[in-house]
Ligand binder design. Structure first.
Ligand code: SF4
Length: 372
């Protein structure tokens, strides 16, 4: 089994915090889609015999694709790849694109899961982040999907937004629960280098994100969602039973995947490769049937560190059996002891997990366990 990721690098507006690859000009949409088709055909053997169990349209904003653009992509996928009988096919959609007609189009397509970029239900937060939608559109998009019985939905929510206090954050979470949304991905507003948000904070136009506030809102998120029967199955992901993301879970379990489109990453178990994050360069390379990718061969050390990074972020944890397969048991046991004593990591039989306290410091704890 394998996964397929397609990167659609166009957005209506540039969100202030975003450091993904995208363009707000649609000028190159047509040649870029042509290049994407060509890459799908050229890369059809990358996954060898593995059938696609998950397909994920990410970006950028894939909900900007028209019905015929989506159909054409699916035609090429089904012609060149084996797809399992019951695949999970997710499309990232922005609320302002999800009107009645668009939802009908999506329902007619093989897409069976929507990842909706709600981020916040409050106008002031959406404005601060320069999102293209309003709080009202966020609610309406969910209502339209639910009315149309498109229930397999995940939404993104952002915490740690300047000006959003704990009470307002609780209301956001409660709104998602009231809509009975079966899956929620929630991230802290992070100030990435070279983003508009970084400049706005540096010039004092927006107050800085307070670490303490973010930590308390993350704890609120965990407590409220787990009390409402969501499994906290990955550091930023919460799902009702039966609604965990199959695509992302496969990433975290080291399942191979192919990434198509500018900036998309691929992994085949031994190496990782990533396409150029530049639309004109991507198009030009594909015009001469070249894949504009950089490849990195992964050493045992790289694979071990990735296993710790992905395993400890999930509820599956990391097992001593696997750590032993990398020959790292003595070192790991020595490194982990202080984290267990501090209550950041717990152990169940031969498997280690981050505790709730540990999740707050997740990345720094995990990186302290790396094979340097
Ligand atoms: S819609 Fe998504 S990809 Fe596009 S700018 Fe906003 S956060 Fe980035």
């Amino acid at each position: 089994m394998a996964g397929l990721y397609l990167h659609i690098p166009f957005c209506k507006k540039a969100c202030h915090y975003c450091n993904f690859h995208f363009s707000t000009s649609m000028k190159l949409k047509e040649p870029l889609l042509k290049a994407l088709h060509a890459e799908l055909e050229l890369q059809k053997n990358y996954l060898k015999e593995d059938a696609l169990d998950t397909i994920y349209f990410g970006g950028g904003t894939p909900s900007l694709l028209s019905e015929s653009e989506l159909n054409e992509i699916f035609e090429i996928i089904y012609k060149n790849y084996t797809v399992t009988e019951n695949p999970e096919i997710t499309l990232e959609a922005n609320p302002d694109d999800l009107n009645k007609d668009k939802i009908k189009i999506l329902q007619k397509s093989p897409i069976n899961r929507l990842s909706i970029g709600i981020q916040s239900f409050r106008d002031e937060d959406l404005k601060l982040m320069n999102r293209a939608h309003t709080g009202r559109e966020a609610r309406e998009s969910l209502e339209e999907c639910l009315k149309a019985d498109f229930n397999n939905i995940t939404i993104d929510l952002i915490y740690g937004i300047p000006g959003m206090n704990d009470k307002a954050w609780e209301e956001q979470i409660q709104t998602a629960i009231n809509y009975n949304i079966p899956h929620i991905s929630s991230y802290c507003l992070t100030v990435e280098p070279k983003t508009a948000l970084e400049i706005l904070i540096k010039t004092g136009k927006i107050p800085n994100v307070e670490e303490e506030q973010s930590a308390s809102q993350y704890e609120l998120l965990i407590n409220i969602l787990t009390q409402n029967n969501y499994d906290h199955y990955e550091i930023s992901n919460f799902g009702k039973p039966g609604f965990h993301s199959r695509h992302n879970s496969a990433y975290w379990q080291g399942v191979p995947y192919l990434g198509i489109g500018p900036s998309a990453h691929s992994f085949n178990g031994k190496s990782r490769q990533w396409n150029v994050a530049n639309n004109p360069k991507y198009i030009k390379a594909l015009e001469s049937n070249q894949i504009p990718a950089t490849t990195e061969h992964l050493s045992q050390k790289d694979l071990y560190n990735e296993y710790l990074l992905t395993g400890l972020r999930t509820s599956q944890g990391c097992s001593l059996e696997k750590i032993n397969a990398y020959g790292r048991t003595p070192e790991f046991l020595k490194q982990v002891v202080s984290h267990v004593a501090a209550g950041f990591i717990s152990k169940n039989r031969d498997t280690y997990f981050l505790t709730q306290k540990g999740k707050l410091l997740g990345d720094s704890i995990i990186s302290s366990l790396f094979w340097e």
